[in-house]
Design a protein around this ligand. Structure first.
Ligand code: GTP
Ligand code: MG
Length: 207
């Protein structure tokens, strides 16, 4: 998938404020500071698109970015950042859960996992929740450039070993770095494949 144009469309504080459209969308979720906004910018080759920050809790709304005038990338607030305060954390959780469960045109959720850390309880619980609610998701391991090759392989192996104690198979997984652009092509190819599938199915059911 070649991204020719990317532009900010709008921010919403709940699912009700999201664009009223049937256009496909692909959303990014994960702990605060895992690199959701940076990854969106990397995919779009546009560092000014989504706002990033070294301070966790930067993205607080559902942000829609219109791609090629045809579909959306969606940047979501992060979950589980302790210093955000209980009230805000709960507000973010409601926004996220509501969006993931009810957004009909969401084709795939990318759950971002920090490639430098062991599996975090909150990531595990969130993915289990996706499974229980039949929300299709893929995993993207982020910030790969901050590991050596050996560390990266070890971390991912440990995470997947733990997940496979609960699942029969892994969902699609990608390794990424917003810094080195690792994973860009694979992620965009995956989106393109899904995009075409969904369009073909829509055309079929319209006949
Ligand atoms: P919230 O909006 O707070 O939930 O965070 P986020 O998940 O959107 O993270 P964001 O993209 O803002 O990145 C957090 C910090 O990590 C920033 O300082 C980024 O520059 C840095 N960062 C993100 N991805 C990468 C990466 O792949 N490599 C490196 N070296 N730094 C990264
Ligand atoms: Mg962000």
């Amino acid at each position: 998938m070649l991204i020719k144009t990317s532009k900010f469309k709008q921010s919403a504080s709940s699912i009700h404020g999201c664009p009223k459209t049937a256009m496909q969308e692909y959303a990014f979720i994960g702990r605060s500071n895992v690199g959701k906004s940076s990854l969106i910018n990397m995919l779009c080759n546009n560092n000014k698109l989504a706002k990033t920050s070294a301070t966790p809790g930067k993205t607080q709304l559902i942000n829609h970015f219109l791609i090629n005038e045809e579909w959306f990338l969606v940047d979501l607030p992060g979950y589980g950042y302790a210093k955000t305060g209980k009230e805000k954390r709960e507000k973010f959780a409601t926004i996220i859960y509501d969006y993931c469960k009810k957004r009909d045109n969401l084709v795939c959720l990318f759950v971002l996992i920090d490639s430098r850390l062991p599996l975090q309880k909150i990531d595990f619980e969130f993915m289990m929740w996706c499974g229980e609610n039949e929300i299709p998701f893929s995993i993207i391991y982020t910030q790969a450039d901050k590991n050596s090759k050996a560390e990266l392989a070890k971390h991912i192996k440990n995470i997947e070993k733990e997940l496979l104690e609960h699942w029969e198979e892994m969902p699609n997984t990608f390794i990424s770095s917003a810094e080195s652009k690792l994973g860009k092509e694979d992620i965009l190819d995956f989106i393109e494949y899904n995009y075409k599938e969904v369009n073909a199915n829509r055309t079929k059911s319209a006949k």
